[in-house]
Ligand binder design. Structure first.
Ligand code: FE
Length: 287
């Protein structure tokens, strides 16, 4: 039986400054209330003005206990870390970084030819059993992300499955679905969602009706807004005249207490103190 997901909450992203002066739109950040379980943070960098050089961007910082998912649409992010990894996340590319017990890295956004930088970073929690696991990267280039086109809808599948096509990101504890959905004016889409998943839709271009039901038009939403969805197993959207583009993110809640502190998200305050101690005494990163 189809149970359409409706809109539970509409969040207006707030401008915040992070790293060395990068202006971001933040929908939510890590909080002990853990209201978005398994997700911890969602940032949209679209209006920043970084310059070449070491000053702006996100200079070396640690992470422990989380996964960070970086998805670029325009411009790129150069990254480099304490394990010797180095690379560039370009337009359409995704980096799914499992920090596990710890990495130190820097992330430096750079303009694309258009002069713009547009990208997203999502943080996904790790269950207690995996917080101290080996760090891992999944780097996915734009051409290996499948796109499904159907009746004015274009869906890029980063993680999870849509219409029988699986995305390239695998073996993530929260079994996430991460889709980039673009609809032409007036086009509709019905997206199946696991009933036990928490789900979000981030509307970043255009406008449309979200959370349609057979007898109701859904809620009219104009970019830029984060939508928190009610429970259900399907989510329906119809684009307004100018079309709409949004990210659909869903994942299995982990249902554990969290204790966030900056770039660390652990389960207890003691584990945070341990991380800070290791940073001070130089044992945070273990190759
Ligand atoms: Fe980072």
């Amino acid at each position: 039986m189809n149970i359409p997901r409706k809109i539970k909450q509409i969040i207006e992203p707030q401008f915040v400054i992070e790293g060395a002066g990068v202006l971001l739109r933040r929908s939510f950040g890590p909080n002990r209330a853990n209201l978005f379980d398994p997700f911890l943070l969602f940032d949209h960098f679209a209006f920043n003005d970084p310059i070449e050089g070491p000053i702006r961007g996100f200079p070396t910082h640690p992470h422990r206990g989380i996964e960070t998912v970086t998805y670029m649409l325009e411009g790129n992010v150069r990254h480099r870390d304490s394990l010797g990894n180095m690379g560039v996340i370009g337009p359409g590319d995704v980096q799914w970084m499992t920090s596990g017990r710890g990495i130190l890295h820097e992330e430096m956004p750079r303009r694309g030819p258009s002069g713009l930088i547009v990208g997203f970073q999502l943080w996904v929690n790790l269950p207690a059993a995996l917080k101290m696991s080996q760090p891992r990267y999944q780097e996915i280039s734009a051409d290996s992300i499948p796109m499904i086109e159907d009746g004015g809808a274009r869906v890029r599948v980063v993680a999870g499955e849509y219409s029988g096509v699986a995305g390239p990101v695998t073996e993530i504890a929260a079994r996430p679905l991460y889709l980039d959905v673009a609809l032409d004016g007036g086009a509709q889409i019905h997206l199946p969602l696991a009933a036990d998943h928490f789900a979000l839709a981030y509307v970043f271009e255009g406008e449309g009706f979200f959370g349609m039901e057979p007898d109701r038009p859904g809620e009219f939403v104009r970019a830029v807004r984060m939508l928190v969805l009610e429970d259900g197993n399907t989510f329906s959207v119809r684009a307004g005249e100018a079309g709409v583009r949004f990210m659909l993110m869903a994942g299995a809640p982990i249902r554990e207490p969290i204790f966030p502190y900056g770039p660390f998200v652990m389960n207890t305050q003691e584990e945070i103190q341990q991380a800070l101690l290791e940073l001070r005494n130089g044992t945070f990163v273990q190759n």
